[in-house]
Design a binder for this molecule. Structure first.
Ligand SMILES: NC(=O)c1ccc[n+]([C@@H]2O[C@H](COP(=O)([O-])OP(=O)(O)OC[C@H]3O[C@@H](n4cnc5c(N)ncnc54)[C@H](O)[C@@H]3O)[C@@H](O)[C@H]2O)c1
Length: 250
């Protein structure tokens, strides 16, 4: 919606492509200035250029969200360039779906590091800037896999995404007094490069029970993220918004 984020400065991790890129487009269209933060610097630059060829309102930073110093300097650079940090969306994520007996400790820990530990880092780094300003909005992207024990996502992925929900609820309590709202979106299966590699039968199993006859698209998540990042959602904090076409209805 045009104007909903006018004047706001957003950092979106994993925004070079997929759900993060759709969120960057939605937020930019709503008037925000956007920092695209991604480990894939080349694609991040391309996505940024497509969004804003002049580069007045979009910057792209190559950074690995699991490396503390890189996260710190990306947040500092965003503040230096745009003058505030009002919104953080954590969309960077990976999946490695193996049965537990075939999963190495490294497979387990890598997924936890990118999907969960990195959110600890980005939230920690933006908080002082949000407190300096008028508060803020944080939107963490979890997954239906962290909510329901979806078959085949891998215990590493499910644990990381369930962890994101716990982190969010506690941070919402810690930061609420400073006017900082922290929420989760738990998407169902969405057609992106991440799910491209998933065998068709597994993707179908993830969608089993869906009420709506439509595959999920990155834009479906971007619209929900806009709601949670804007003042339209004021007084909502610590919630998990399931955006999944009705895969589980309780
Ligand atoms: N696609 C789905 O079906 C689906 C469903 C539920 C939840 N999710 C979650 O949504 C988020 C986005 O998924 P997507 O489908 O857009 O994936 P994607 O693979 O298309 O995009 C992920 C982005 O994150 C970036 N990234 C990965 N590791 C990084 C790191 N260490 N540092 C910085 N950037 C890094 C990648 O370069 C990529 O641009 C993820 O957290 C994913 O778990 C996706």
């Amino acid at each position: 919606m045009p104007g909903l984020l006018a004047g706001k400065v957003c950092i979106i991790t994993g925004a070079a492509r997929g759900i993060g890129a759709a969120i960057a487009l939605e937020f930019f269209s709503a008037g925000a200035r956007v920092c695209i933060l991604d480990i894939d610097g080349g694609t991040a630059q391309k996505t940024g250029k497509q969004l804003d060829p002049d580069g007045n309102k979009v910057m792209s930073i190559e950074a690995d969200v699991t490396i503390e110093e890189q996260v710190r300097s990306a947040v500092e650079a965003t503040f230096k360039r745009f003058g505030s940090v009002d919104i953080l969306v954590n969309s960077a994520g990976i999946i490695k779906h193996l049965p537990i007996e075939e999963m190495s400790l490294e497979d387990f820990e890598n997924v936890i590091k990118v999907n969960l530990t990195a959110i600890f880092l980005t939230c920690k780094m933006v908080l002082p800037y949000m407190k300096k300003g008028d508060g803020g909005k944080i939107v963490n992207i979890a997954s239906v896999g962290g909510r329901t024990g979806r078959p085949g996502v891998g215990v590493n992925y499910a644990a990381s995404k369930a962890g994101v929900i716990g982190l969010t609820q506690t941070l919402a309590r810690e930061a609420g007094g400073a006017g900082i709202y922290v929420n989760v979106i738990a998407p169902g299966p969405i057609l992106t490069e991440l799910t491209n590699k998933v065998p068709k039968e597994i993707f179908a199993r993830w969608n089993a029970g869906r009420a709506v006859n439509k595959n999920g698209l990155p834009e479906d998540i971007a619209k929900a993220a806009l709601f949670l990042a804007s003042d339209q959602s004021d007084w909502i904090t610590g919630v998990t918004l399931d955006v999944n076409g009705g895969i589980f209805i309780s």
